[in-house]
Design a protein around this ligand. Structure first.
Ligand code: A3P
Length: 445
């Protein structure tokens, strides 16, 4: 050390520092190379994806909206997940030949009916790589305080999508709130596609009631755990909600009003042509979901998709579950909506069931003549039928041709953790953010 003059040490150190600085400057002008300098590989991936896709903040993007759940980073990982999932890539993405995701107004709306299986249907549709679902219910057209925010606000609730995607939201109150069809047509035009899943109105009443009980008690009601007097008290509470003092069905009760399907549908048909509305039943969604999705796909003009592969039966879970790729991680996950759906129903006293069935029968007949098909499982001739246990409904005549043209599908698959490369998780996960019925109750209906 003593042999090397101090001057030489200083000069070589300065040269080294200068060289390092030049190299840093040179590489930082190149995104890909800059990644090599990034301290964390995770942080490093972000700018690379943004740069490659030409990802830009949509004009309406504000930090405030970020809080609302749609974050720039979500969009990026969204994009990555979709590409991983084999999503169709179209358009010109910022000069790199890749698409630019941006928020668009919905072109498809699932309008109802409450407790019809709307959550299951939208989650199933969103399995398709070209379907972008808003996740939570938006309640734009039915709640004045949302409607007053205007269309830009509405658009900001949608997930970023590509041109040609199906952009969908569901708010089941739309079907029954007076002003909605007129507002929707004025704002979105008469070419918007509408989806409607209808449930036997008697079973719908009980489902709605059980949801209320669940929320009141803060837990799922287990019918077997109820004492006879608790069960009788619950049945009386239900009666009080649907019958008048004289014992007749109360047509003004909200549980009942929702089930006046023909009246609601007629209002919609004043504003939209029948062919703009796809109508199916909860029963078919439960017994043959892939058939419903094939029909809905034809209606929406979606590319062919193997629904049977993604909708699976899980031992011990009574309703179909979803096998899909988790957007944030790109890894397979199994999702059963069993945290707040598929609740047990209390048995209806015979007299009450008969009253409700008699009340809804002529309403149902009106509906069937309006839509040109019948839902056989809604019959209550034996006063015992449960929606989920019935046979698949008669197929929509208009859609039957498309359905018959598709090749026979394999039997619905059972969930196989190995096949799905699920990793350590063996049991079905409850769908957390969307299955909590946050925002899924309408105080009026
Ligand atoms: P129950 O809880 O009475 O069984 P919505 O999502 O519109 O609130 O509807 C809830 C209903 O969707 C549930 O009512 C359930 O029967 C029905 N449903 C149909 N298919 C389903 C599925 N695959 N998973 C969960 N629920 C489903």
């Amino acid at each position: 050390m003593g042999k090397v003059p101090l001057k030489v040490w200083i000069i070589s150190s300065l040269l080294l520092i200068g060289g390092a600085l030049c190299a840093r400057l040179y590489f930082s002008s190149n995104d890909a190379a800059a990644l090599r300098f990034s301290p964390s590989p995770r942080a490093a991936r972000r700018p690379a994806v943004v740069a490659r896709t030409g990802q830009r903040r949509p004009a309406e993007y504000t930090p405030e909206r970020q809080k609302g759940g749609i974050q720039l980073q979500d969009r990026v990982s969204d994009q990555a997940a979709r590409v991983r999932a084999g999503g169709v890539v179209r358009g010109n993405g910022g000069g790199a030949g890749l698409p630019v995701l941006k928020q668009q107004l919905p072109n498809t709306i699932l309008i109802g009916v409450k407790k019809g299986g709307t959550r299951a249907l939208i989650e199933m549709l969103a399995l398709h790589p070209n379907v972008r679902s808003s996740g939570q219910e938006v309640h734009f057209f039915d709640r004045d305080y949302n409607y007053e925010n205007g269309l830009e606000w509405y658009k900001s609730r949608m997930k970023p999508s590509l041109p040609g995607d199906i952009v969908i939201e569901k708010s089941p109150a739309y079907f029954v709130v007076q002003e909605v069809p007129e507002r929707m047509r004025a704002d979105l035009g008469d070419k918007i596609k509408l989806l409607l899943v209808l449930r036997d109105p008697v079973s719908r009443v009980v489902s709605d009631f059980m949801q209320g009980q669940h929320h009141q008690m803060g837990k799922m009601v287990r019918v077997a755990d109820l004492t006879p007097s608790q069960l009788a008290a619950m049945q009386r509470r239900l009666e009080a909600k649907v019958l008048k003092a004289d014992g007749a069905v109360n047509p003004s009760a909200s549980f009942i009003k929702v089930g006046l399907y023909a009246q609601h549908l007629e209002r919609w048909l004043h504003h939209f042509a029948r062919q703009q509305i796809f109508i199916t039943s909860t029963n078919t969604l439960v017994t043959d979901p892939a058939a419903v999705l094939k029909q809905a796909s034809a209606f929406l003009g979606l590319s062919p998709f193997n629904w049977d592969k993604h909708i699976v039966r899980v031992p011990g879970v009574k309703l179909p579950c979803l096998s899909r790729v988790k957007e944030s991680t790109g890894r397979p996950e199994l999702v059963c909506l069993n945290a707040t759906k598929g609740r047990e129903h209390i048995p209806l006293p015979d007299a009450l069931r008969r009253k409700l069935a008699d009340f809804f029968r002529p309403q149902n007949a009106l509906l069937f003549s309006l839509i040109g098909k019948t839902f056989d499982s809604w019959r209550h001739d034996d006063d015992q039928q449960q929606v989920a246990g019935g046979m698949p409904e008669q197929l929509d005549v208009q859609l039957k041709a498309t359905d018959l043209s598709s090749p026979p599908q394999p039997q619905q698959q059972q969930w196989n953790p190995e096949q799905a490369k699920q990793g350590k998780r063996k049991t079905p996960a409850a769908l957390t953010p969307v299955d909590q019925e946050q925002n899924e109750q309408d105080p009026l209906w």
